[in-house]
Design a protein around this ligand. Structure first.
Ligand code: ZN
Length: 127
């Protein structure tokens, strides 16, 4: 049981609404309160999701902003010089590498990797 003091106007509104809906006033009040609480809960959950999303995004951009590690991936065994059959770009300095140019591909135990370097960056890595 819940007793509360409400305005005459609100009491009349509730009474009229209950009459329209043909439900007892107490049922109407309970339903309205339950509805309000479920809305509040939903809003609270959504706010939680939004905050989590923002935090995730912030974490991702922090990681993006971090300088890329310049070490060789541990699985690259060596560098193979090759003449490019198609254009690409250097994995380290992003210099464009054109078709027919000499570049160096990192070779792993299971074959060539997608890491392609220009000659300058190969020298820098192997220095
Ligand atoms: Zn380079």
């Amino acid at each position: 049981m819940l007793h509360t003091r409400i305005s005459q106007q609100l009491a009349e509104d509730i009474g009229r609404m209950a009459e329209d809906l043909r439900v007892p006033v107490s049922n109407l009040v309970r339903n309205v309160l339950e509805e309000v609480f479920s809305v509040v809960e939903r809003v609270t959950e959504n706010v939680g999701d939004v905050i989590e999303g923002v935090l995730d995004e912030a974490g991702r951009s922090r990681r993006r902003a971090a300088p890329a590690p310049r070490q060789d991936p541990p699985d690259i065994l060596g560098w193979q010089q090759l003449i490019l059959a198609r254009a690409g770009c250097c994995a380290d300095c992003s210099a464009p590498l054109s078709r027919g140019e000499r570049a160096y591909v990192g070779v792993t135990g299971s074959g060539p990797s997608p890491v392609t370097l220009c000659a300058d960056c190969l020298d820098a890595r192997c220095a």
